[in-house]
Design a protein around this ligand. Sequence first.
Ligand SMILES: [Zn+2]
Length: 376
Amino acid sequence: MPEYVNSARATFGRFTAERAGNILTITVRAFFSFPNTDQSRLGMPNLEWAGAERDEFRTAVLERIPAFWNEKWRFRRGLEIVSPFFVIEPVEDGQQHIDFVCNKGTGPSGIRAAEIPPKLNLFEFDNDSVGSRSASSLSADRAILAPSLSILSNAVASNSNVSVTRGDPWTVTASSAAELNNLAQVLVNIQSHDGNRYKDPSPVLYIEATSGARDKADKMTRAVLDHLRRQGVTTYPIFVSAVKTRAKAKWPWTPHKPTGTVTVRHQETGDYIDKRLWQNPYTVAIHEFGHCMGLPDEYMASYGGGLGTALHEDWRRLCGEAHVPANPAADNNFCKSIMSYGCITSACHYVYAWDALRQITGGEAWEIVRGTETDT
Ligand SMILES: [Zn+2]
Protein backbone atom coordinates (compact mmCIF):
# COMPACT_ATOMS: atom_id res chain seq x y z
CA MET A 1 0.00 0.00 0.00
CA PRO A 2 1.52 3.38 -0.95
CA GLU A 3 2.87 5.29 2.03
CA TYR A 4 2.02 8.99 2.05
CA VAL A 5 4.61 11.32 3.53
CA ASN A 6 3.85 15.04 3.51
CA SER A 7 6.53 17.14 1.89
CA ALA A 8 7.38 18.76 5.23
CA ARG A 9 8.38 15.21 6.22
CA ALA A 10 6.67 15.84 9.56
CA THR A 11 6.05 12.86 11.83
CA PHE A 12 2.38 13.82 11.95
CA GLY A 13 0.28 13.45 8.85
CA ARG A 14 1.61 10.06 7.71
CA PHE A 15 -0.75 7.39 6.44
CA THR A 16 -1.19 4.92 3.61
CA ALA A 17 -3.51 5.67 0.71
CA GLU A 18 -4.99 3.17 -1.71
CA ARG A 19 -7.46 3.72 -4.49
CA ALA A 20 -9.85 1.01 -5.61
CA GLY A 21 -12.42 2.25 -8.16
CA ASN A 22 -14.23 5.23 -6.68
CA ILE A 23 -12.98 4.62 -3.13
CA LEU A 24 -9.83 6.14 -1.66
CA THR A 25 -8.88 4.38 1.58
CA ILE A 26 -6.72 6.37 3.99
CA THR A 27 -5.25 4.12 6.68
CA VAL A 28 -3.54 5.32 9.84
CA ARG A 29 -1.73 2.51 11.66
CA ALA A 30 -2.05 3.02 15.40
CA PHE A 31 -0.40 1.33 18.35
CA PHE A 32 -2.86 1.45 21.25
CA SER A 33 -1.76 1.58 24.85
CA PHE A 34 -3.92 1.91 27.95
CA PRO A 35 -1.82 3.21 30.84
CA ASN A 36 -3.18 3.48 34.35
CA THR A 37 -3.52 6.98 35.71
CA ASP A 38 -1.51 7.96 38.76
CA GLN A 39 -3.74 9.85 41.21
CA SER A 40 -1.42 9.93 44.18
CA ARG A 41 -1.50 13.72 44.02
CA LEU A 42 -5.21 13.54 44.81
CA GLY A 43 -4.68 11.02 47.58
CA MET A 44 -6.50 8.40 45.51
CA PRO A 45 -5.47 5.00 44.16
CA ASN A 46 -4.38 4.58 40.52
CA LEU A 47 -7.18 4.50 37.99
CA GLU A 48 -6.95 1.23 36.09
CA TRP A 49 -8.77 0.23 32.91
CA ALA A 50 -10.96 -2.84 33.17
CA GLY A 51 -10.71 -5.11 30.11
CA ALA A 52 -14.26 -4.36 28.97
CA GLU A 53 -13.78 -0.59 29.32
CA ARG A 54 -10.62 -0.81 27.25
CA ASP A 55 -12.42 -2.67 24.49
CA GLU A 56 -15.32 -0.22 24.57
CA PHE A 57 -13.00 2.76 24.27
CA ARG A 58 -10.92 1.22 21.47
CA THR A 59 -14.06 0.28 19.56
CA ALA A 60 -15.36 3.84 19.88
CA VAL A 61 -12.07 5.20 18.50
CA LEU A 62 -12.03 2.72 15.59
CA GLU A 63 -15.65 3.27 14.62
CA ARG A 64 -16.60 6.83 15.43
CA ILE A 65 -13.60 8.74 14.19
CA PRO A 66 -13.80 7.35 10.62
CA ALA A 67 -17.61 7.67 10.66
CA PHE A 68 -17.18 11.40 11.21
CA TRP A 69 -14.57 11.99 8.48
CA ASN A 70 -15.72 9.58 5.73
CA GLU A 71 -17.03 11.11 2.50
CA LYS A 72 -17.66 14.61 3.89
CA TRP A 73 -15.74 15.88 0.86
CA ARG A 74 -14.92 14.06 -2.35
CA PHE A 75 -12.59 14.34 -5.32
CA ARG A 76 -13.80 14.95 -8.87
CA ARG A 77 -12.08 14.72 -12.21
CA GLY A 78 -14.48 15.10 -15.11
CA LEU A 79 -17.29 12.62 -14.49
CA GLU A 80 -15.20 10.58 -12.08
CA ILE A 81 -15.83 10.97 -8.35
CA VAL A 82 -13.66 9.37 -5.67
CA SER A 83 -14.78 9.27 -2.02
CA PRO A 84 -12.31 9.11 0.87
CA PHE A 85 -12.82 6.55 3.63
CA PHE A 86 -10.67 6.46 6.73
CA VAL A 87 -9.39 3.46 8.66
CA ILE A 88 -7.56 3.35 11.98
CA GLU A 89 -5.73 0.05 11.96
CA PRO A 90 -4.50 -1.29 15.31
CA VAL A 91 -0.99 -2.69 14.88
CA GLU A 92 1.86 -4.11 16.95
CA ASP A 93 4.40 -1.74 18.45
CA GLY A 94 6.95 -0.88 15.77
CA GLN A 95 4.47 -0.91 12.86
CA GLN A 96 2.59 2.28 13.75
CA HIS A 97 2.32 5.71 12.18
CA ILE A 98 1.26 6.99 15.57
CA ASP A 99 0.78 5.98 19.20
CA PHE A 100 -2.76 6.21 20.54
CA VAL A 101 -2.23 6.58 24.28
CA CYS A 102 -5.62 6.03 25.90
CA ASN A 103 -5.62 7.36 29.44
CA LYS A 104 -8.02 6.22 32.11
CA GLY A 105 -10.04 8.96 33.79
CA THR A 106 -10.22 12.64 33.06
CA GLY A 107 -7.65 14.91 31.49
CA PRO A 108 -6.74 17.05 28.51
CA SER A 109 -6.28 15.25 25.21
CA GLY A 110 -3.49 16.41 22.97
CA ILE A 111 -0.59 15.62 20.69
CA ARG A 112 3.10 15.25 21.22
CA ALA A 113 4.62 15.72 17.81
CA ALA A 114 8.26 15.82 18.89
CA GLU A 115 8.37 12.17 19.87
CA ILE A 116 9.00 9.35 17.42
CA PRO A 117 6.59 7.78 16.83
CA PRO A 118 4.39 10.80 17.53
CA LYS A 119 1.84 10.44 20.30
CA LEU A 120 -1.82 11.18 20.47
CA ASN A 121 -3.00 11.33 24.07
CA LEU A 122 -6.68 10.61 24.56
CA PHE A 123 -8.58 10.54 27.83
CA GLU A 124 -11.55 8.42 28.78
CA PHE A 125 -13.28 11.65 29.74
CA ASP A 126 -11.92 14.77 28.18
CA ASN A 127 -11.20 17.65 30.47
CA ASP A 128 -13.09 20.47 28.90
CA SER A 129 -12.11 23.61 30.68
CA VAL A 130 -14.29 26.68 30.45
CA GLY A 131 -11.46 28.59 28.82
CA SER A 132 -11.60 26.43 25.71
CA ARG A 133 -15.36 26.53 25.22
CA SER A 134 -17.45 28.83 23.07
CA ALA A 135 -20.29 30.59 24.90
CA SER A 136 -22.91 28.85 22.79
CA SER A 137 -21.59 25.34 23.42
CA LEU A 138 -21.35 26.11 27.13
CA SER A 139 -24.91 27.34 27.42
CA ALA A 140 -26.19 24.32 25.48
CA ASP A 141 -24.37 22.03 27.89
CA ARG A 142 -25.61 23.98 30.90
CA ALA A 143 -29.15 23.41 29.72
CA ILE A 144 -28.52 19.68 29.43
CA LEU A 145 -26.88 19.69 32.82
CA ALA A 146 -29.51 21.76 34.66
CA PRO A 147 -31.92 18.98 35.75
CA SER A 148 -29.28 16.68 37.22
CA LEU A 149 -27.50 19.67 38.72
CA SER A 150 -30.55 20.80 40.72
CA ILE A 151 -31.08 17.29 42.12
CA LEU A 152 -27.38 17.06 42.88
CA SER A 153 -27.33 20.48 44.58
CA ASN A 154 -30.08 19.47 47.00
CA ALA A 155 -28.41 16.18 47.83
CA VAL A 156 -25.02 17.85 48.31
CA ALA A 157 -26.48 20.67 50.43
CA SER A 158 -27.77 18.19 53.02
CA ASN A 159 -24.31 16.58 53.09
CA SER A 160 -22.15 19.69 53.23
CA ASN A 161 -20.82 18.58 56.63
CA VAL A 162 -20.49 14.84 57.03
CA SER A 163 -19.62 13.56 60.48
CA VAL A 164 -16.99 10.80 60.64
CA THR A 165 -16.01 8.70 63.62
CA ARG A 166 -12.47 7.81 64.61
CA GLY A 167 -11.55 4.14 64.31
CA ASP A 168 -9.46 1.83 62.19
CA PRO A 169 -10.63 2.67 59.63
CA TRP A 170 -12.55 5.86 60.26
CA THR A 171 -16.24 5.50 59.33
CA VAL A 172 -19.19 7.74 58.55
CA THR A 173 -21.06 8.47 61.78
CA ALA A 174 -24.45 6.78 61.96
CA SER A 175 -26.29 10.12 62.15
CA SER A 176 -24.79 11.15 58.77
CA ALA A 177 -25.18 7.83 56.99
CA ALA A 178 -28.80 8.17 55.78
CA GLU A 179 -28.21 11.54 54.05
CA LEU A 180 -24.98 10.27 52.51
CA ASN A 181 -26.79 7.20 51.16
CA ASN A 182 -29.29 9.56 49.57
CA LEU A 183 -26.45 11.47 47.86
CA ALA A 184 -24.93 8.16 46.72
CA GLN A 185 -28.21 7.23 45.05
CA VAL A 186 -28.30 10.55 43.18
CA LEU A 187 -24.70 10.04 41.97
CA VAL A 188 -25.46 6.48 40.87
CA ASN A 189 -28.48 7.74 38.90
CA ILE A 190 -26.41 10.38 37.14
CA GLN A 191 -23.51 8.05 36.34
CA SER A 192 -25.81 5.40 34.89
CA HIS A 193 -28.15 7.73 33.01
CA ASP A 194 -29.37 5.96 29.86
CA GLY A 195 -26.87 3.24 30.64
CA ASN A 196 -24.34 5.31 28.75
CA ARG A 197 -21.29 6.22 30.73
CA TYR A 198 -20.08 8.67 28.11
CA LYS A 199 -23.24 10.68 28.04
CA ASP A 200 -23.82 12.96 30.99
CA PRO A 201 -21.64 15.88 31.85
CA SER A 202 -21.18 15.53 35.58
CA PRO A 203 -20.12 18.24 38.02
CA VAL A 204 -17.16 16.93 39.99
CA LEU A 205 -17.87 16.04 43.61
CA TYR A 206 -15.26 17.29 46.06
CA ILE A 207 -14.65 15.54 49.37
CA GLU A 208 -12.45 17.68 51.59
CA ALA A 209 -11.05 17.67 55.11
CA THR A 210 -8.41 19.64 56.91
CA SER A 211 -6.41 18.55 59.91
CA GLY A 212 -3.18 19.37 61.66
CA ALA A 213 -2.18 15.82 60.80
CA ARG A 214 -2.11 14.93 57.12
CA ASP A 215 -2.71 11.31 57.93
CA LYS A 216 -5.90 12.12 59.84
CA ALA A 217 -7.38 14.25 57.03
CA ASP A 218 -6.65 11.38 54.63
CA LYS A 219 -8.45 8.86 56.81
CA MET A 220 -11.46 11.15 57.27
CA THR A 221 -11.97 11.80 53.55
CA ARG A 222 -11.34 8.11 52.85
CA ALA A 223 -14.23 7.21 55.18
CA VAL A 224 -16.66 9.25 53.06
CA LEU A 225 -15.21 8.08 49.73
CA ASP A 226 -15.34 4.41 50.77
CA HIS A 227 -18.91 4.84 51.99
CA LEU A 228 -19.95 6.20 48.57
CA ARG A 229 -18.03 3.42 46.77
CA ARG A 230 -19.86 0.76 48.79
CA GLN A 231 -23.13 2.40 47.72
CA GLY A 232 -22.22 1.86 44.06
CA VAL A 233 -20.65 5.22 43.20
CA THR A 234 -17.89 3.83 41.01
CA THR A 235 -17.38 5.99 37.93
CA TYR A 236 -18.70 9.38 39.07
CA PRO A 237 -15.86 11.95 38.99
CA ILE A 238 -14.76 12.61 42.58
CA PHE A 239 -11.78 14.63 43.73
CA VAL A 240 -10.56 14.05 47.26
CA SER A 241 -8.61 16.73 49.04
CA ALA A 242 -6.99 16.14 52.42
CA VAL A 243 -5.25 19.30 53.54
CA LYS A 244 -2.80 19.54 56.38
CA THR A 245 -3.20 22.80 58.27
CA ARG A 246 -0.48 24.39 60.34
CA ALA A 247 0.21 21.95 63.15
CA LYS A 248 -1.26 23.00 66.45
CA ALA A 249 0.87 22.92 69.58
CA LYS A 250 0.76 19.37 70.82
CA TRP A 251 -0.12 19.01 74.46
CA PRO A 252 0.34 15.52 75.78
CA TRP A 253 -2.93 15.71 77.72
CA THR A 254 -5.07 16.75 74.69
CA PRO A 255 -7.27 13.73 73.95
CA HIS A 256 -7.90 12.73 70.30
CA LYS A 257 -11.28 14.00 69.22
CA PRO A 258 -13.55 11.01 68.60
CA THR A 259 -15.22 12.57 65.53
CA GLY A 260 -14.39 14.90 62.68
CA THR A 261 -16.14 16.79 59.89
CA VAL A 262 -15.69 16.22 56.16
CA THR A 263 -17.08 18.79 53.75
CA VAL A 264 -18.75 17.81 50.50
CA ARG A 265 -19.41 20.21 47.63
CA HIS A 266 -19.78 20.04 43.87
CA GLN A 267 -18.33 21.91 40.96
CA GLU A 268 -20.42 24.85 39.83
CA THR A 269 -22.26 24.92 36.50
CA GLY A 270 -20.11 25.62 33.50
CA ASP A 271 -17.03 24.36 35.22
CA TYR A 272 -17.59 20.64 34.97
CA ILE A 273 -15.98 17.69 33.34
CA ASP A 274 -17.53 16.70 30.06
CA LYS A 275 -18.18 12.98 30.10
CA ARG A 276 -19.95 12.97 26.77
CA LEU A 277 -16.80 12.18 24.85
CA TRP A 278 -18.62 10.57 21.97
CA GLN A 279 -21.99 12.33 22.16
CA ASN A 280 -20.78 15.89 21.96
CA PRO A 281 -20.82 17.03 18.31
CA TYR A 282 -17.35 18.35 18.99
CA THR A 283 -15.37 15.32 20.01
CA VAL A 284 -11.79 15.89 20.86
CA ALA A 285 -10.71 12.47 19.54
CA ILE A 286 -12.19 13.36 16.14
CA HIS A 287 -10.35 16.69 16.20
CA GLU A 288 -7.10 14.93 17.10
CA PHE A 289 -7.48 12.58 14.15
CA GLY A 290 -7.42 15.72 11.99
CA HIS A 291 -3.87 16.21 13.28
CA CYS A 292 -3.09 12.61 12.27
CA MET A 293 -3.79 13.74 8.71
CA GLY A 294 -1.48 16.73 9.18
CA LEU A 295 -4.09 19.43 9.80
CA PRO A 296 -3.22 22.36 12.07
CA ASP A 297 -5.29 23.80 14.90
CA GLU A 298 -7.47 26.72 13.85
CA TYR A 299 -8.13 28.23 17.26
CA MET A 300 -4.64 29.57 17.77
CA ALA A 301 -3.58 33.15 17.17
CA SER A 302 -1.17 31.75 14.61
CA TYR A 303 -0.54 28.33 13.10
CA GLY A 304 2.50 27.79 15.36
CA GLY A 305 0.97 25.13 17.56
CA GLY A 306 2.26 21.72 18.46
CA LEU A 307 2.73 20.40 14.92
CA GLY A 308 5.36 22.91 13.87
CA THR A 309 5.32 25.67 11.29
CA ALA A 310 6.79 23.60 8.45
CA LEU A 311 3.76 21.31 8.38
CA HIS A 312 1.37 24.27 8.54
CA GLU A 313 3.08 25.93 5.62
CA ASP A 314 2.93 22.66 3.73
CA TRP A 315 -0.81 22.50 4.41
CA ARG A 316 -1.40 26.05 3.19
CA ARG A 317 0.64 25.38 0.06
CA LEU A 318 -1.54 22.33 -0.66
CA CYS A 319 -4.71 24.40 -0.13
CA GLY A 320 -3.38 26.78 -2.77
CA GLU A 321 -2.62 23.96 -5.20
CA ALA A 322 -6.07 22.42 -4.63
CA HIS A 323 -7.68 25.86 -5.08
CA VAL A 324 -9.55 25.70 -1.77
CA PRO A 325 -9.42 28.39 0.90
CA ALA A 326 -7.35 27.55 3.99
CA ASN A 327 -9.41 28.23 7.10
CA PRO A 328 -7.85 31.15 8.92
CA ALA A 329 -6.12 30.85 12.27
CA ALA A 330 -8.91 32.27 14.37
CA ASP A 331 -6.91 34.58 16.59
CA ASN A 332 -8.02 32.74 19.73
CA ASN A 333 -11.66 32.93 18.75
CA PHE A 334 -13.38 29.59 18.62
CA CYS A 335 -15.43 28.77 15.61
CA LYS A 336 -17.53 25.95 14.18
CA SER A 337 -14.66 24.16 12.41
CA ILE A 338 -13.73 20.70 13.72
CA MET A 339 -10.12 21.93 13.89
CA SER A 340 -11.30 24.73 16.17
CA TYR A 341 -14.14 23.93 18.54
CA GLY A 342 -16.99 22.98 16.27
CA CYS A 343 -17.99 20.00 14.19
CA ILE A 344 -17.86 21.24 10.60
CA THR A 345 -15.40 20.00 8.00
CA SER A 346 -14.14 22.12 5.12
CA ALA A 347 -12.51 21.30 1.80
CA CYS A 348 -9.19 22.41 3.27
CA HIS A 349 -9.35 19.50 5.72
CA TYR A 350 -9.12 17.03 2.84
CA VAL A 351 -6.07 18.39 1.02
CA TYR A 352 -3.79 15.64 2.33
CA ALA A 353 -6.14 12.90 1.09
CA TRP A 354 -6.39 14.91 -2.14
CA ASP A 355 -2.59 15.10 -2.44
CA ALA A 356 -2.29 11.34 -1.84
CA LEU A 357 -4.84 10.68 -4.60
CA ARG A 358 -2.98 13.06 -6.91
CA GLN A 359 0.26 11.12 -6.31
CA ILE A 360 -1.44 7.74 -6.82
CA THR A 361 -2.93 8.89 -10.11
CA GLY A 362 0.30 10.32 -11.43
CA GLY A 363 -0.28 14.01 -10.76
CA GLU A 364 -3.69 14.31 -12.37
CA ALA A 365 -5.86 17.32 -11.57
CA TRP A 366 -8.59 16.48 -9.10
CA GLU A 367 -11.01 18.97 -7.64
CA ILE A 368 -12.25 18.82 -4.03
CA VAL A 369 -16.05 18.87 -4.02
CA ARG A 370 -18.66 18.73 -1.29
CA GLY A 371 -19.71 15.24 -0.21
CA THR A 372 -21.99 14.59 2.75
CA GLU A 373 -20.97 17.72 4.65
CA THR A 374 -24.14 19.82 4.85
CA ASP A 375 -22.99 22.66 7.05
CA THR A 376 -20.80 25.66 6.29
ZN1 LIG B 1 -5.69 20.35 18.16
